[in-house]
Design a protein around this ligand. Sequence first.
Ligand code: ZN
Length: 189
Amino acid sequence: MHIEIDANPEETLILKNACQKAFERLDRLFGGRFADISRDLRIQIGDGLTESGGQTVLSENKILFDRQKMLLSLAEAEKQLAGVLDPGDWTGVMSAKDAARSGSCMEYNFIHEIAHILAQTDGDEASYHRIDSSESPTRYGRQPDKFSRKKDHEALAEGFTYITFGRPVGKPMQAAIDQLVQEHLRSLA
Ligand SMILES: [Zn+2]
């Protein structure tokens, strides 16, 4: 994985640490194989790269993040997304102290975007619908918005993030994520 950060030194350290923490969580989920799974992935963090906080570019195996949004604490990001998220939807995955820390938004969204990369790599339309949006642990994955009428892929990304943080999800979600993880581990063999 290549991570490029366009920010001042202090911000760069915060963002780098958040990516590192997320990476370690993912590595635990993948039994120490996440470096192999994400070898060719490129992460770019900077200004004006994406209008949303994070955006996956599947064709280039790349994830773009907005510097300013990712520097937010998860608590602040959740507050700004009121109506899209219910209170606790994001902050519930970590301690209140961690959720109040600058860059915790990066940690959460790093994992969320990784889910999009992992779920869509086979280019199969069906992979977008591994789970019904009603199974999402957060409002964001359930509620249609201007970008998507059907939020199955966002539900999956939110479920994946919950599981990576060690939070419980419903049985269908757990099964869908187990399958996704297994698919990638098998592809390494
Ligand atoms: Zn998403």
